[in-house]
Design a protein around this ligand. Structure first.
Ligand code: NAD
Length: 399
């Protein structure tokens, strides 16, 4: 096999470039995103593709990029990739699901304090030349109750940091989740809303969550509670939040995500939440820090490297997950196939027929796909040809 070639688009962090190059992978970088036709042309002869959120990897792209083996989405979401089409062609997709967790948590904490101290008003007054030294409406957050809705990567990390600051933590999740530290698990959203002086949303973007937090839920919040949404814009009815803020029932809000967000820097932005006191609006920057970018670069590049060097697919998003401890010497055969009974038996009988002894082997399946890694001391050409010729074979690699 010749040298593995990677194409990295959209200004991926230099750490990713050096990590791949240090592993002997040839890296070509491109600052911007490419459109469909440009991408098809650029992928000729490319084994690994690195993208961020702006490059669409469509079914048509995947159809033509026959050499492509893996895609690294150097971001959190993978909506920009036709995941099923990639799986059908044996193209594994990796992302960085928790590289910016801490960044979001830190912004949430900062915003809770900023709202409790009405910092945006104090800051605005002083910039406008008015000295307004006044403790009215300013509070410490120590001892206050925080209600975390969605106790996943971000919600649970927030739970730990909030508790360290002296907040009393309550959470609600539709799944059964382990309560960290002294956090109290609420049985329902209603229970959480009754007790929380700060309500913060960290639910995922499943379609069932559309508009799940609206007038009824704001009405159930404690009077003068604070509200934050740094999860997804479409889960909240912002007109209802506006009403709650204007009536004084909600004392402040911090919002980072919106149902429709401008696509390009500098584009005009309109929201019913603009111009309301003690409301902090940020342009979807919860996870946008230099540290998160660096961690994303390291995390995804490591996954691509381990896939190339060892066939490891752990933490991928569209194919079976598998890690088999590497053995010194010998060869590793990775076989991605259509998931149906008997494929493993066929693989092993081909190996046995050629007298190839199996040193290590592991199988994993997911939906329509099966993936088996087999370590052998020697791999005759005829074995490779017979494995490749199996009707169930999608991808075969000898490492
Ligand atoms: N603002 C930003 O820049 C930024 C950055 C990263 C992530 N996010 C968003 O933050 C959210 C959380 O991210 P994560 O990595 O913690 O996700 P996650 O998948 O780890 O956790 C989401 C949790 O929410 C729970 N959940 C889903 N629907 C629920 C509901 N209706 N009620 C209660 N619980 C519910 C799930 O069971 C899960 O435990 C996601 O929507 C993500 O897109 C935003």
């Amino acid at each position: 096999m010749g040298r593995v070639k990677a194409l990295l688009l959209e200004n991926i962090h230099p750490l990713a470039v050096s990590l791949l190059q240090d592993s002997g992978i040839e890296v070509q970088s491109h600052a911007g995103a490419l459109d469909e036709d440009e991408l098809i042309a650029a992928l000729d002869g490319v084994d690994l593709l690195g993208i961020r959120s702006k490059t669409e990897v469509t079914e048509r792209v995947l159809q033509t990029a026959t050499q492509l083996q893996a895609i690294g989405a150097f971001c959190i979401g993978t909506n920009q990739v036709a995941l099923k089409a990639a799986a059908e062609r044996g193209v594994v997709v990796f992302n960085a699901p928790f590289s910016n967790t801490r960044s979001v948590v830190e912004l949430v904490i900062g915003e809770i304090i900023a709202m409790a101290r009405r910092l945006t008003e104090k800051d605005g007054d002083l910039h406008a030349g008015t000295w307004n030294k006044d403790a009215t409406g300013s509070h410490e957050i120590r001892g206050r109750s925080i209600g975390i809705v969605g106790y996943g990567n971000i919600g649970s990390q927030l739970s730990v940091v909030a508790e360290m600051l002296g907040l009393r933590v309550f959470f609600y999740d539709t799944e059964d989740k382990l309560a960290l530290g002294n956090a109290h698990r609420c049985e329902s959203l209603e229970e959480l809303l009754q007790v929380a002086e700060v309500v913060t949303l960290h639910v995922d973007g499943r379609s069932g969550n559309a508009g799940f937090f609206g007038a009824e839920q704001f009405g159930r919040m404690r009077p003068r509670a604070l509200f934050l949404n740094l999860s997804r814009g479409f889960v909240v009815d912002y007109d209802a939040l506006r009403e709650g803020l204007l009536s004084g029932h909600i004392a402040g809000a911090a919002v980072d995500v919106f149902p429709t967000e401008p696509k390009v820097k500098g584009e005009r932005f309109v929201s019913p939440l603009q111009g309301i006191p003690n409301v902090i609006l940020t342009p979807h920057v919860g996870g946008s820090t230099q540290e998160a970018q660096e961690d994303i670069g390291r995390f995804v590049a490591t996954k691509l490297r381990d896939f190339v060097q060892r066939g490891t697919t752990t933490l991928n998003v569209n194919l079976p997950t598998l890690t088999l401890e590497a053995r010194p010497g010998g060869h590793r055969v990775t076989h991605l196939h259509v998931n149906m009974p008997g494929v493993l038996a066929k693989v092993n009988s081909i190996l046995a027929a050629h007298g190839v002894n199996i040193e290590g082997q592991m199988l994993s399946t997911l939906g329509d796909n099966g993936y088996v890694i087999t370590d052998v001391n020697d791999i005759p050409r005829a074995v490779v040809d017979e494995l490749a010729a199996l009707p169930e074979t999608i991808r075969l690699r000898v490492i």
